[in-house]
Design a protein around this ligand. Structure first.
Ligand code: MG
Length: 373
């Protein structure tokens, strides 16, 4: 496979974002005919006593049931909804099969979770040359071989491809051609920008920023002042500029616990107390998913939105709470804490050794990538 010169080359890239439709629920409906055509929810507890919905079938979505919704709420919306225990082993197997289909066209695949991936098909293995045709063939193969549907977004960068894949769900295919990228970004409502959470979207609207075109009127410096480092990203993305590569070796996911503080922390004592709490939260998550990792990463965001990460790796995987805490503490004390105000702290663990079949569970969690600054 020839290495493409994405950064220096003026050649437009061809990026596909593939996202399986209601993945867990669809696998259940495929494997158990009695669930077909019915409102089902994977995850959560049937008595509505706790837990959240991992995935809702399209029949359940008609009642307003969504991912991450409390079981109780789901039951209120649709009393006859069926709650199904997740079978991560099955989803993982299907995920592997989907990936094998991708590999027929490219090896530059960046999985985001079990059911979602970016593909760079600028140079595809079969010399098809058209990303749109490749996306179509992948969808067809998934349907024919796995009896499941996927939605695909095709464009010149990751950002636009990902938004596009969500526009025609389920079984959708959306192509944003290069000439339309700028216009597409201008008309895009800010809450559709992935990476823009609820809080930021609210803030933008308070500032009368409703679409990409509104953001585009601001200077880069103004955006940075308002939104920190993300401002720089917004400045570029509203102009259709996103040169993030599709990174094939991003399997190294991390499990993280982080907290943004109401009031900035400015003494090391306060920071250490928070790290202690975060270590416990992370430890509990690791225990729940039976993960051990070799790399511990500390993330610090300062009051001026600057962000740094520091990490340390160990020769053998650990899941020890004290090791998490002590390592994070040492990493913190290794930074310059003079006159610093900290708004967010996070601890992450990566380089996993899986004790059991935890990959599926992991993808459902909040993750942050310790490599990103
Ligand atoms: Mg999906």
């Amino acid at each position: 496979m020839p290495v493409t010169e994405k950064e220096s080359s003026p050649v437009l890239r061809k990026i596909i974002h593939i996202d399986m439709d209601a993945f867990y629920a669809s696998v259940e409906q495929r494997d158990f005919p009695e669930y077909r055509g019915k409102p089902i929810v994977v995850g959560g507890s049937p008595e509505g006593r706790g837990g959240v919905v991992a995935t809702a079938s399209y029949e359940a979505r008609k009642f307003g049931i969504r991912s991450a919704m409390a079981s109780k709420k789901a039951r209120e919306l649709c009393p006859e909804v069926l709650f199904i225990k997740p079978r991560f082993e099955a989803y993982k197997e299907v995920s592997k099969q989907i990936r094998e289909i991708f590999h027929r066209y490219t090896d530059i695949i960046e999985p985001l979770s079990l059911d979602e991936a970016y593909l760079d098909v600028t140079e595809d293995k079969q010399k098809i040359g058209s990303a749109l045709i490749i996306a179509q063939r992948i969808k067809e193969a998934i349907k024919a071989e796995l009896q499941l549907t996927a939605s695909a977004g095709v464009s010149v960068n990751k950002f636009v491809a990902k938004i596009a894949s969500d526009m025609r769900k389920p079984d959708g295919l959306m192509f944003i051609e290069p000439a339309r990228v700028v216009e597409f970004m201008e008309q895009l409502p800010v809450e559709k920008f992935h990476g823009v959470g609820k809080v930021t979207a609210e803030k933008m609207k308070m500032l009368n920023l409703y679409t990409g075109a509104d953001l585009k009127k601001l200077e880069e410096a103004e955006l940075v002042k308002l939104f920190g480092k993300a401002g720089r990203f917004y400045f570029r993305i509203v102009r259709g500029q996103d040169d993030r590569h599709v990174e094939p070796n991003r399997e190294t996911k991390s499990l993280a616990a982080e907290d943004t503080f109401q009031l900035d922390l400015h003494t090391s004592e306060e920071m250490i107390v928070e790290l202690d709490k975060l270590a416990t939260i992370l430890f509990n998550r690791m225990t729940r998913y039976q993960l051990k990792g070799r790399t511990i990463t500390l993330k610090i965001k300062y009051s001026d939105f600057r962000q740094i990460t520091r990490n340390r790796s160990f020769p053998t995987p650990t899941s020890d709470r004290e090791v998490l805490f002590e390592t994070a503490k040492q990493l913190l004390l290794g930074t310059d804490l003079n006159d610093q105000r900290i708004r967010l702290l996070g601890i992450a663990i990566s380089n996993f050794q899986e004790i059991t079949h935890a990959a599926g569970a992991r993808s459902q969690l909040e993750l942050f990538d310790p490599q990103t600054e």
